[in-house]
Design a protein around this ligand. Structure first.
Ligand SMILES: [Zn+2]
Length: 366
C-alpha cells in the first residue's frame, strides 16, 4: 500500500492499513457502518439473550459464575459492575499486572476492588515475560506480546482449572473500531479467534524459541477445551466515554492530569507505560496513531466533527512517547540508537517519511 491507494474512511479517519478493516461503497469503514447499525439494533433483545445465559450460569451454582479480566480501567469496571449488580452474577475478577505499571493503574485497580469485588492476580515470572516482550518488540514490533498472551491464555487456563466456562471481556475491538466482522452477530469466541485476531497470528513465531514448561499455564493457548470468551459489547450499546463517566462515578476512577502521549484524551489506557509504545508502533506500521484511534471513537459517537478530528490527529498522532523512553530503554535493556533502529525497521516507508530522526506522515488527511 502506498499513499496513492491508501483509503481514509469518509466518516471517521480510520485508514485502510488497519488489519482486516473493510469499506463499503460509500467509503465508510466497518466500524462506522456498525455505528449506524447500532442505532437500529434491538438492544433489549440482546439484553434478554444475556439474561437467559446468566440464569443458566447461575443455576450451575459454582463458587463463581463467570470470569471478568480487569485492569481497573473504565471498561472493566463497567462490565464487572453490571454483571454483579444488573445481572446478579458472582464474577471472579482476574488481572495480569502489566510490566511498567503506572501509579494511576495501581490506584484504579485498588479503587475498583474496594467496591466489593473478588480479585485474583496472575503474575507470571517477570524475567521470562521480559524476554518474550523483547522478542515480540524486536521481531514483530509488538512491545508487550508476552503480557498480552498471558491476559488471554493465563486467564483461560485459570478458568479451566476452576471449571468456569465463560470469560467476559469488554468491547469487541474488531467490530467497534474496525476489523473483522465475524463476531458482529455472535457473542462467543474461542482460542482460534484469539490466536488469529488478538495475537495477530504471530503466536507460533514468537513463542517457538521459548521452551515453556510449567509456564505453559500462563502462555499456552489451549485449542481443545470447550470454554469460551465473550464480549460484553455484544449485549450492550457500547460507549467508552459513557463507561468512563460511569467508572468515575461508581469507582472514583482517576484520569491523568495531562493528556496521554500522542493523543488528546487522558482517561483511557492509563495503567501501563508500554501502551504508549504499542500505539507508537501502530503509528509506524499502519500510519495511524493513538490520536486517530481516540478521535475516530469521538466522531462515531457524534461528539466531534471530522474536521476537528483531523486537527487533533495532525497535532498529536506522530508524537514519540518521550516521557517514557528511559523506562523503555531500561526495561528492554536497549540504548536509544537500537530502539530507533527498531522504529526504523517497522516504519511503513510507503506512507511515512523520516525527518530529523522522527517519522511523519507522507499523506494529508482530507
Ligand atoms: Zn470509519
Amino acid at each position: 500500500m502506498s499513499t496513492s491507494n491508501l483509503k481514509v474512511c469518509k466518516s471517521c479517519l480510520m485508514l485502510s492499513t488497519r488489519p482486516r478493516i473493510t469499506f463499503d461503497s460509500k467509503g465508510y469503514c466497518n466500524a462506522c457502518q456498525w455505528m449506524l447499525k447500532k442505532k437500529k439494533i434491538n438492544w433489549k433483545k440482546r439484553e434478554n439473550e444475556w439474561n437467559k445465559i446468566a440464569n443458566d450460569i447461575r443455576s450451575k451454582k459454582n463458587n463463581f459464575d463467570i470470569i471478568v479480566p480487569v485492569s481497573g480501567g473504565k471498561d472493566s469496571c463497567y462490565v464487572a459492575y453490571n454483571l454483579k449488580h444488573k445481572y446478579k452474577l458472582n464474577p471472579l475478577c482476574v488481572t495480569v499486572n502489566p510490566p511498567l505499571q503506572t501509579s494511576i493503574g495501581v490506584k484504579n485497580l485498588e479503587n475498583f476492588i474496594k467496591k466489593g469485588f473478588n480479585l485474583v492476580s496472575l503474575d507470571p515470572d517477570p524475567v521470562l515475560m521480559q524476554k518474550i516482550n523483547k522478542k515480540g518488540l524486536t521481531t514483530h514490533g509488538q512491545p508487550y506480546y508476552g503480557w498480552l498472551t498471558a491476559v488471554l491464555a493465563a486467564i483461560f487456563n485459570f478458568a479451566n482449572k476452576l471449571g468456569i466456562d465463560l470469560i467476559m471481556y469488554g468491547e469487541d475491538g474488531e467490530v467497534e473500531y474496525g476489523g473483522e466482522i465475524s463476531t458482529q452477530n455472535k457473542f462467543l469466541f474461542d482460542n482460534k479467534y484469539v490466536e488469529r485476531i488478538y495475537l495477530s497470528n504471530q503466536y507460533k513465531s514468537i513463542f517457538n524459541k521459548f521452551n515453556l514448561k510449567s509456564e505453559k499455564f500462563f502462555y499456552e493457548l489451549n485449542l481443545s477445551k470447550k470454554l469460551y470468551y465473550s464480549h460484553y459489547s455484544y449485549f450492550d450499546n457500547w460507549d467508552p466515554y459513557k463507561n468512563y463517566l460511569f467508572a468515575k462515578d461508581k469507582f472514583d476512577l482517576k484520569e491523568n492530569k495531562k493528556s496521554n502521549p500522542a493523543t488528546f484524551t487522558n482517561f483511557a489506557q492509563n495503567d501501563q507505560k508500554l501502551y504508549c509504545l504499542h500505539t507508537y508502533l501502530m503509528f509506524l506500521k499502519f500510519g495511524f496513531g493513538r490520536a486517530t484511534q481516540d478521535a475516530c471513537i469521538e466522531v462515531r459517537r457524534g461528539a466531534m466533527s471530522r474536521d476537528q478530528a483531523i486537527s487533533l490527529v495532525n497535532l498529536y498522532d506522530h508524537e514519540v512517547p518521550k516521557i517514557f523512553l528511559k523506562d523503555y530503554l531500561s526495561y528492554y535493556n536497549l540504548d536509544l540508537k537500537n530502539l530507533r533502529k527498531i522504529f526504523d525497521k517497522f516504519a511503513n516507508k510507503k506512507i511515512l517519511q523520516k525527518k530529523n530522526n522522527y517519522w511523519n506522515k507522507k499523506f494529508k488527511l482530507v
